[in-house]
Design a protein around this ligand. Structure first.
Ligand code: LIP
Length: 286
């Protein structure tokens, strides 16, 4: 499939980005307000995979706002049923990415909203809720932090790279992810586990970490952050390679300066990362 052009989309990507920023900003303030009151906590795939009533209420708020403005668009949000649209645009949303951090009152946790066409993000907003960092991007329009254009990411040698990663909710997956980390940690500067994939990707885009990789994510974790990272000059791909262009195209990601992505990918492969992929059930790249 040829790459999307900003000029032949169902709507101008800059307008979609402005809508994403507007709705994400309101949702972030809603979460801050609800955080100050009691909220119920439930669990999903495992006892550590939490979802709160604030997650679900924020999901509802975002869906209502997007549908009011663009009633023919589709919706794919983490906490509610998928809505098939007719416009060609599908909004991919994580109402609170980093739910564990939210419950513990830790930074970062973020609202992540992306507009996608043919499973490819074309407009994005990620707003970190605790501190208010605002990242946005649109296809061909670059990426911004708090309105300031992000410079292209710099090349960093692997031994000097600050690496971000994360771990799944399944104990056996975590053990395998930790085993890979043990094998690579002596070959990089250091490692950071932030706890919100969308913010990990924004952190790569703005140079607060040099590279990020993780298995076992949802499309809502990835959609917005992958566009922000790619519009800041990052290579954003599947860990095993093979053009994961869309947020629905696989549950793993590696992002950073192109050469650093290649160097880290080679180290991960030498360190047995396929044992993580097999337990995640990651579809092989197309
Ligand atoms: C989280 C991701 C994070 C991952 C966590 C969790 P959630 O998403 O953003 O990168 O390491 O295990 O999946 O569940 O907070 O929306």
């Amino acid at each position: 499939m040829p790459p999307l052009s900003p000029t032949d989309l169902p709507a101008p990507p800059a307008e979609l980005a402005l809508l994403a920023i507007e709705v994400a900003s309101e949702a972030a303030e809603f979460v801050r307000t609800r955080r100050r009151a009691h909220f119920e906590i439930d669990v999903k795939s495992s006892p550590t995979d939490m979802v709160t009533e604030v997650d679900t209420a924020t999901d509802t708020l975002i869906r209502e706002r997007l549908t009011a403005r663009r009633p023919d668009d589709g919706l794919l949000t983490e906490e509610a049923a998928t809505v098939t649209g007719t416009s060609g645009i599908v909004w991919v949303v994580d109402p609170i990415d980093g739910t564990t951090n939210f419950v513990y009152g830790r930074y970062p946790h973020a609202v992540s909203i992306a507009a996608t066409v043919d499973d490819t993000p074309v407009a994005a907003a990620v707003i970190e809720i605790a501190h208010g960092d605002r990242f946005d991007a649109w296809l061909g329009g670059g990426a911004r932090r708090d309105g300031t254009r992000l410079a292209p990411v710099a090349a960093t040698p692997l031994p000097l790279a600050l690496v971000a990663t994360g771990f799944g909710y399944d104990p056996e997956r975590r053990r395998r992810q930790a085993a890979v980390l043990e094998r690579i940690i002596g070959d990089v500067r250091d490692v950071r586990r932030l706890g919100a994939a969308s913010f990990d990707l924004c952190s790569v885009a703005c140079g607060e970490v040099d590279v990020y990789y993780e298995h076992g994510l949802g499309p809502w974790d990835l959609a917005a952050g992958r566009l922000i990272a790619s519009e800041a000059g990052c290579a954003v791909d599947r860990i095993a390679g093979g053009h994961g262009a869309g947020p629905l195209d696989g549950s793993d990601v590696i992002a950073g300066h192109p050469q650093l992505v290649e160097d880290l990918r080679a180290l991960l492969v030498r360190s047995g990362v396929e044992r993580v992929a097999e337990i995640v059930g990651a579809r092989p790249p197309a």
